[in-house]
Design a protein around this ligand. Structure first.
Ligand code: NAP
Ligand code: HSE
Length: 435
């Protein structure tokens, strides 16, 4: 009997798409039939400039610039979207589901905003919608939250969710590279988004926080619910101060469930070197989850790049193929069934690192201490590093835990204080400090 053939169409053949093609058509070619019980081939690829890709594809793969070639082709079972952006990706994936095809996507920009609409449509059409690669590249976290850890009530997810910024921060602190040099290298290695602003300003990690919060807390959070800050304000000096107290600076994505709501944020944070996330370097990502049954678990791996991301995409393709063979596409469906209010970050308690330029004369510390004291901010540690310019000294303060809105008021007052030249930087501290 002739073996069944499952036909895949791809949208996009860039960094991730070329990796997906390589894994399906070369690295896994002989194994897929055993893994899924059917032959799998990439039959069509939609791109804008086919001439760029002709030499990379086999004779059985047709490059096209016309979406109708794919969506109207009844022999295509699965559409893999690795193009990026909201439109036309949303239209294509919606039309693919309506045409009876299961879909796989790596597109966090789209899923963090319209994921729940695609989930609902996939459920209605009894088709699969898989998106493991949209969060943390090769690190398995989407399916573990949906399946392996479904028995948990989660209280927190915290992680390093962007490969580009982790690569930049690691190279700045460990190799002394400048910001621009490290970003250029991350772009060359295929980690950065088409517009790297999305990486360095924290937007990319913010999209992942929204997607993972939906899965962990069964709620329809979207990207706009996430407080987002990037890494551009972090200097080598801040990293040196962090190092002097046995800490590192990392861009963290955090989703915390409090009694009165969900706090979602992405921001640079100082954390103790003893925390498991502190040793996650380069393009590696990791996410640390806390659940009532699991206690704590950490997932770790390459967060970006051609083959690591392709691993997650093709893993999804394999699962969809298995569902097709078992006649159970659409098995899991949408399960965002709670409406949890979003709580602003200002209502959370945190410790803070503050770097100031102050006048280098007696009595200054009293004025600085007074600004903090009037707003209930108590100082845990102070590091004065001597004169930097004529008459000015650098002063770094670590606070005890305080509600962020109170702390912000103290900083506003401090910025106006006579003896303060400038508030140079403020960074939140995640977790406890080393003893
Ligand atoms: P990329 O290298 O810029 O590739 C984009 C591909 O999509 C190109 O082949 C391009 O074809 C095609 N394309 C763009 N607009 C199109 C349109 N309107 N119609 C048809 N084809 C179009 O991007 P990438 O880095 O592979 O990223 C793809 C997706 O994966 C994004 O959603 C990204 O966020 C996500 N992702 C990336 C990584 C990573 O490490 N890079 C990791 C996880 C997830 P032409 O060259 O012909 O224009
Ligand atoms: N630009 C993203 C990153 C790709 O650097 O993490 C993976 O989502």
């Amino acid at each position: 009997m002739e073996q069944k053939k499952i036909k895949v169409a791809m949208i996009g053949m860039g960094t991730v798409g070329s990796g997906v093609y390589e894994v399906i058509e070369r690295l896994q070619k002989d194994k897929l039939a055993h893994k899924v019980g059917a032959a799998v081939e990439v039959a069509k690829i939609l791109v804008r400039s086919p001439e760029k890709y002709q030499s990379q594809v086999a004779a059985h793969t047709q490059l096209t610039t016309d979406w109708q070639d794919i969506v109207s082709d009844e022999s295509i079972d699965i559409v893999v979207e690795v193009m990026g952006g909201i439109e036309p990706a949303q239209t294509y994936l919606t039309e693919a589901l309506r045409a009876g095809k299961s879909i796989v996507s790596a597109n966090k920009d789209l899923i963090a905003v319209h994921g729940s609409e695609l989930e609902a449509l996939a459920k209605e059409m009894k088709k699969d919608f898989r998106y493991e690669a949209s969060c943390l590249g090769a690190v398995p976290i989407v399916q573990p939250l949906k399946e392996n850890m479904a028995a948990n009530n989660f209280s927190e997810l915290v992680g390093i969710m962007n490969g580009t910024t982790n690569f930049i921060l690691t190279n700045m602190s460990e190799k002394g590279l400048g910001f621009d040099e490290a970003l250029a290298e991350a772009t060359r290695l295929g980690y950065a988004e088409a517009d790297p602003t999305a990486d360095i300003e924290g937007l990319d990690a913010g999209r992942k926080v929204a997607i993972l919060a939906n899965l962990a807390f069964h709620t329809k959070a979207v990207f706009d619910d996430v407080h987002v800050e990037g890494i551009t304000k972090i200097s080598a000096l801040d990293m040196k101060y962090a190092d002097s107290i046995n800490c590192v600076v990392k861009l963290l994505g955090i989703a915390t469930k409090e009694e009165d709501g969900l706090v979602l944020g992405v921001y640079p944070a100082i954390l103790a070197k003893s925390h498991p996330l502190a040793s996650v370097g380069g393009s590696f990502n990791a996410v640390f989850v806390k659940g009532d049954a699991i206690d704590e678990a950490m997932f770790y791996g390459r967060g970006a790049g051609k083959l690591p991301t392709a691993s997650a995409v093709v893993g999804d393709v394999i699962d969809v193929c298995r569902d097709i063979m078992a006649g159970c596409e659409g098995r899991i469906g949408d399960y965002t069934y709670e409406a949890i209010p979003i709580k602003p970050l200002e209502k959370m308690e945190s410790r803070f690192y503050v770097r100031l330029l102050i006048a280098d004369h007696p009595g200054v510390l009293e004025e600085v201490g007074g600004c903090f004291g009037r707003h209930g901010v108590s100082i845990a540690q102070a590091l004065q590093k001597g004169s930097v310019h004529a008459g000015q000294a650098e002063f770094v303060i670590i606070t005890h835990e305080v509600m962020e809105e109170k702390f912000n008021k103290a900083i506003e007052e401090l910025a106006k204080a006579k003896s303060v030249g400038r508030v140079e930087n403020v960074i939140r501290i995640y977790g406890g400090l080393p003893q």
